[in-house]
Ligand binder design. Structure first.
Ligand SMILES: Cc1ncc(COP(=O)(O)O)c(C=O)c1O
Length: 397
């Protein structure tokens, strides 16, 4: 089929970065070698039985078989805002939130709600690739702000020139951050809210990892928890994928300023027809049992983090110390793609090169803690055996 059938937006997509890594992986597997994949951020833990049982019951109920409502079932949205209050001590009404077919769906559609062709969208680099790609799909122009380890990977809004800020339609932040694992403080959100009010852009906050933290005394904060008002043009995206190990179920929530939420809903009513009601009702069970279900999930990642971090330290790697996400953001001081290829070739380990998240990710790689515990032990032994001085990455030929 000739490429001319493709739209410009498809043709302009960046080339697939990981083709060479995939090629080495396939070759190794053909040779019968074992590969440990630390690249994928897909929770390996099964969904809790309470949620699965609720789903089984709701699937049997024929009332759930028709089209769901666009905004989401009232009882699901009520359970969400009740949970939000328990977790963040800020009260939303069920009409301030909508159900999403996974947060990625809502994130993508929000660009159609707020971005006109030629508009600027401020995005982090490194960052979740969907922000940049959907800016372009909507005809907008991404303005990348590099995240700097010395500034704790916080998107430095003060570094953006005021003529850019006044032309920006959206600003995206994600904390706890994928891929850097950094968290935002209340002071940081306070400062951002000042810029939202001054420049009038829509602030989008991606909270996909808000519930994956290691220290109970330092829980990640939310934007609305800090600003304590809804009359500010901001929207938060929440996900069930990581919080409840429900990635395959496709369930998320957008919550925030009612006008911002209703603009996103307008796009969605003309695109999809909501989330299968049985999934929303199982999601309601998840939210109602959050305090029972999620500590176990956090404990697993915490113990894996301790093991892998100590193996990395033993081998001499430098990585960012964090309290959240199920990733480790490790320095490789050179071409991250070459480093990942060498690690796979010599040690059979797959990691994600930082460049895959944008130019600001170069010089780092991301390790994911979503592999089963028996493999964690194995990969720790391999990491400890790495002689980093023998790796050729980042060195002059
Ligand atoms: C930063 C970030 N946001 C959003 C998502 C999307 O999550 P989901 O669509 O499964 O809710 C992901 C998934 O990996 C992510 O890493």
């Amino acid at each position: 089929m000739p490429e001319s059938i493709y739209s410009e937006r498809i043709k302009n997509l960046p080339p697939y970065l990981f083709a060479e890594i995939d090629y080495i992986k396939r070759k190794k597997i053909e040779e019968g070698k074992e590969i440990i994949d630390l690249g994928i951020g897909d929770p390996d833990l099964p969904t809790d039985n309470l949620i699965v049982s609720a789903m089984i019951e709701e699937v049997k109920n024929s009332k759930n078989h028709s089209y769901p409502s666009y905004e989401g079932d009232f009882s699901f949205r009520k359970a969400f805002v009740d949970w939000y209050f328990r977790r963040f001590r800020f009260e939303f009404s069920p009409s301030d939130c909508i159900a999403l077919i996974g947060s990625k769906e809502g994130i993508a559609h929000s660009f159609l709600a707020f971005v006109n062709p030629g508009d600027i969208v401020i995005i982090p680099s490194p960052g979740y690739p969907v922000y940049g790609i959907w800016t372009s799909f909507a005809g907008g122009v991404p303005y990348e702000v590099f995240l700097d380890e010395e500034k704790d990977f916080l998107l430095d809004i003060e570094s953006v020139p005021s003529d850019i800020l006044s032309r920006a339609r959206m600003v995206w932040v994600c904390y706890p951050n994928n891929p850097t694992t950094a968290c935002a403080s209340a002071e940081y959100y306070d400062k951002l809210s000042f810029f939202v009010k001054k420049y009038g852009f829509v602030l989008a906050i991606d909270l996909a990892y808000s519930e994956i933290y290691t220290d109970e005394t330092k829980k990640p904060v939310s934007f609305f928890e800090v600003v304590r008002r809804r009359d500010i043009s901001a929207i938060e995206f929440h996900s069930f994928s990581k919080t409840f190990s429900m990635a395959g179920w496709r369930l998320g929530v957008a919550v925030g300023n009612p006008d911002v939420i209703s603009a996103l809903l307008k796009v969605k009513t003309n695109t999809d027809s909501g989330v299968f009601r049985a999934i929303q009702l199982a999601g309601r069970t998840a939210l109602e049992n959050y305090e029972r279900i999620t500590p176990k999930i956090r404990d697993v990642y915490k113990s894996r983090r301790q093991k892998l971090e100590s193996a990395l330290s033993e081998a001499g790697f430098n990585f960012y110390r964090t309290n959240a996400t199920f990733y480790i953001w490790v320095k490789c001081n050179g071409d991250s793609k070459d480093f990942a290829k060498e690690l796979l070739d010599k040690y059979g380990i797959i990691v994600t090169p930082g460049i895959g998240f944008g130019k600001g990710g170069e010089g780092y790689f991301r390790i994911s803690l979503t592999i089963p515990d028996d493999k964690i032990e194995k990969v720790c032994d391999i990491i400890k055996s790495i002689d980093i001085n023998s790796l050729s990455y980042g060195k002059e030929p």
